[in-house]
Design a protein around this ligand. Structure first.
Ligand SMILES: Nc1ncnc2c1ncn2[C@@H]1O[C@H](COP(=O)(O)OP(=O)(O)OP(=O)(O)O)[C@@H](O)[C@H]1O
Length: 258
């Protein structure tokens, strides 16, 4: 649980187009790292390269390495499906299986792994739903469809589903962008709790959100459309938002561009 990530000299391509160039970034365990920057600078692409989701796109590939506690997830012996199991992902739009029950949504990954013991599945479902701050709202309707929950509840259900398989890392791609402000605050509170147990990387367009939830912030930028995105500056979130070293970072966080 809660492993560190070391991204080293990562170049990321879609076919012949280089979307991201030379990214090196250390992500400490039990910590929230926010990826920020203008549209198209490659934040989501970098995030998806951290659990080998990037290569699901035909023609997409990476060069460089991503070490999980020192082990390269792109090593020749490494199974990409296994990587996706240990590095969970939560997407912009909540994507529960809509007709599947709330409980089955949470334990879907465990069942795929072959777990059939009902008591064990019930325990994991309760623990994960408690971990996602959703238990009290759904404990009396665990057999009802996941699609019947509100958007914010569905997103917490997806977080419960992600943590049910005990991942080493949680990746979140704008997890609040489809949510109202109250649901957003609930997810932000949850992220602050989850970081006690998990390494979290979050992409967000919302500067206040990055400032509120993250410990470390990485600012990405691109010189022009069609050029690859680059990591411009990474530092403690407090430093990035109060006194960044690079002018482009300051311009972005103060709303002068992007
Ligand atoms: N499936 C794809 N095929 C080809 N190019 C892609 C694909 N997905 C993204 N790109 C390109 O890669 C670059 C980086 O995109 P990415 O979505 O990672 O940026 P982003 O910073 O997350 O943007 P946004 O903030 O708008 O979500 C962009 O030029 C984008 O057009």
């Amino acid at each position: 649980m809660a492993k560190r990530i070391d991204i080293k000299d990562l170049d990321i391509y879609y076919g012949s187009f280089q979307a991201v160039q030379s990214v090196s970034l250390a992500v400490p365990p039990r910590n929230v790292t926010a990826l920020i920057g203008p549209s198209g600078c490659g934040k989501s692409t970098v995030l998806r390269s951290l659990n080998r989701m990037h290569e699901v796109t035909p023609g997409a590939r990476v060069e460089g390495s991503v070490l999980l506690d020192g082990e390269d997830i792109y090593g020749s012996q490494v199974d990409a499906v296994g990587v996706r199991r240990t590095i969970g992902m939560v997407f912009q739009r909540p994507n529960p299986f809509p007709t599947m029950s709330i409980k089955d949504n949470v334990v879907a990954g465990l069942k795929l792994q072959g777990e059939r013991n009902k008591k064990q599945l019930d325990e994991v479902a309760e623990r994960s739903l408690r971990g996602a701050n959703l238990w009290n709202e759904v404990k009396d309707r665990l057999d009802k469809p996941g699609g019947g929950l509100s958007g914010g509840q569905q997103q917490r259900l997806c977080i419960a589903r992600a943590i049910a398989v005990s991942p080493d890392v949680l990746l979140m791609d704008e997890p609040c962008s489809a949510l109202d402000p109250i649901s957003t605050l609930a997810i932000e509170d949850l992220i602050s709790e989850l970081k006690k147990d998990y390494t979290i990387v979050i992409v967000t367009h919302n500067m206040q959100q990055a400032a509120r939830v993250s410990d470390q912030t990485a600012f990405f930028n691109l010189a022009a459309t069609g050029q690859p995105g680059k990591l411009i500056e990474v530092n403690d979130t407090e430093k990035i938002f109060s006194n960044p070293d690079v002018k482009a970072t300051e311009d972005y966080i103060s709303g002068r561009f992007g």
